[in-house]
Design a protein around this ligand. Structure first.
Ligand code: GLN
Length: 485
């Protein structure tokens, strides 16, 4: 095995035993990037010089016995988190030259834990999309089949892990953007409870839904990343003051006797038969681990996509009002007056999908329609949340497919936004309810495309998610494969 193929916990052992240095690991990652990046395009920006300098510092720390949770580990950052002095584009032309004056809290935390930043990962523009095709910088390709999308919006963060172009990465999830690409790329992805991880320095899409979370090669690594990311931040008003457990303690624990709810609304027609079969297999594995699977109902599930596509664009239209050519990034040239400068900047700076969201959101928030759309959507959102509260009185965990289909072809859904929106049908309610969710690989299609199973838990029960995900991973007997690149 090459160093770039290993997990965080495997590399930590080698580092602790003095068998490898961070410089060796980092060089291995960059040689892998040289080999495959041209075909995949996981990154908008690589940070090789900075990474090698950070690796050298990590090696000093290791020599001095100062080993922290991520010392020397190469990590990729979705280009939606601000990095001081390093261009942060959010996948958009309007921010193509934006250099943040500060680091996001998660960047500070990862840095303090000793991580080495490899680069800024590609994403759908402003995280709006499910395929990474709306990036101003061009699409990312799925390492398992280069003709297919990797999912989105955190597509680059997922492919960087799947193709061993980093050891772990950070994404953000507003309606599925960590879990959906994790499933389509065959890696682990966790969206924490709303408020668990600070959003300070995360470029806002829909503030009441956005959460930052990790992509990793296995569940134990996910726990290691969560130990670093989670926790209260006085700079972020929605972050929650609550003790953070050591997530690693949940790995390899027994789940026998756990009640696992299978919501009937998630097993409807339209699911790809190979996905269905893999999810049935996952249910069997959970039973084998001692879980007791019970039928449950989340009756308002059918409204989740409609509710999301009012609330997310409404919040986006407000959040994106700040991009006007004055305060951040790009400004169109040749303007005659202020209004024309605003108009031209926004016209040239934003892509089609972002403009569509701004228009839907502005309409939904306009005086005459607020009650009918945003007001109503907020009420139904409360019902969706209540469905989960009630379900978690009956069960410990909910199990669903992460996505209705495996990765689709590049270009297949770009002309049909509604079809694109439906690819998040199983992930969106989680964000509306604010609960945590994880996607774990659960098999492959006959054509060799990865499939993911999603586990959901009550607010702040990430430990439970990691516990069942780890039990599942150990018992699922899924063949260890790597994309052939
Ligand atoms: N695909 C969904 C959207 O386009 C979710 C994106 C996300 O989670 N950032 O809004």
């Amino acid at each position: 095995m090459e160093l770039h193929q290993l997990t965080i916990h495997e590399l930590q052992k080698l580092i602790q035993n003095g068998e490898v240095s961070s410089t060796q690991i980092t060089r291995s990652v960059f040689s892998r990037i040289d080999e495959v990046e041209e075909r995949i395009h996981s990154y908008i920006r690589l940070m090789k010089d900075e990474a090698l300098a950070a690796a050298a510092r990590a090696d000093e720390d290791i020599k001095n016995g100062n080993i922290r949770p991520l010392t020397g580990i190469p990590v990729a950052l979705k280009d939606i988190v601000c990095t001081k002095g390093i261009t942060t584009t959010c996948g958009s032309n309007i921010l193509h030259n934006f250099v943040p004056p500060y680091d996001a809290t998660v960047v500070e935390k990862l840095s303090a834990a000793g991580a080495v930043f490899v680069g800024k990962a590609n994403m759908d523009e402003f995280a709006m999309g499910s395929s990474t095709e709306t990036s101003f910088f061009g699409p990312t390709r799925n390492p398992w089949d280069l003709e297919r999308i990797p999912g989105g919006s955190s597509g680059g963060s997922a492919t960087a892990v799947a193709a061993d172009e980093c050891i772990a990465s950070i994404g953000s999830d507003t309606g599925g953007s960590i879990r959906q690409p994790a499933a389509l790329c065959g890696v682990v992805g966790l969206k924490p409870t709303y408020g668990r991880v600070s959003r300070f320095g995360l470029i806002a899409f829909a503030s009441s839904l956005d959460q930052i979370g990790p992509f990793t090669k296995d569940v134990e690594d996910c726990a290691i990343m969560m130990n670093v990311l989670a926790g209260y931040d006085p700079r972020e008003s929605t972050s929650v003051k609550m003790e953070v457990p050591d997530y690693r303690q949940f790995i390899s624990r027994d789940i026998s006797g756990w009640k696992v709810g299978i919501p009937k609304e998630y097993f409807v027609e339209g699911i790809d038969p190979e996905v269905s079969a893999a999810i049935n297999g996952a249910i069997d594995t959970v039973k084998k681990c001692g879980g007791q699977c019970i039928d449950i109902s989340l009756p308002h599930t059918q409204y989740s996509v409609a509710v999301y596509y009012i609330i997310a664009p409404a919040e986006a239209s407000s959040n994106l009002a700040r991009y006007d050519g004055v305060k951040y990034g790009f400004r169109a040239s040749g303007e005659r007056d202020l209004m024309e400068m605003y108009r031209k900047t926004r016209m040239e700076g934003f892509g089609e999908e972002v403009k569509r969201r701004i228009m839907i959101g502005t309409y939904a928030l306009s005086a005459g329609y607020y009650d009918a759309y945003y007001g109503k959507a907020s009420q139904v959102r409360a019902l969706i949340r209540r469905d989960f509260d009630e379900a978690f009185r009956e069960c410990d965990i909910i199990l669903t497919p992460t996505t209705p289909t495996p990765a689709f072809k590049i270009g297949e859904k770009t002309d049909d936004p509604l079809q694109m929106y439906l690819s998040d049908i199983f992930t969106i309610s989680t964000n509306l309810a604010g609960i945590p969710g994880i996607s774990v690989p659960c098999g492959f299609t006959a054509a060799g495309l990865p499939i993911g199973v999603q586990f959901l838990a009550g607010h702040f029960e990430e430990g439970k998610l990691l516990q069942i995900a780890s039990a599942f991973e150990k018992n699922a007997a899924i063949e260890k494969r790597r994309p052939s690149l």
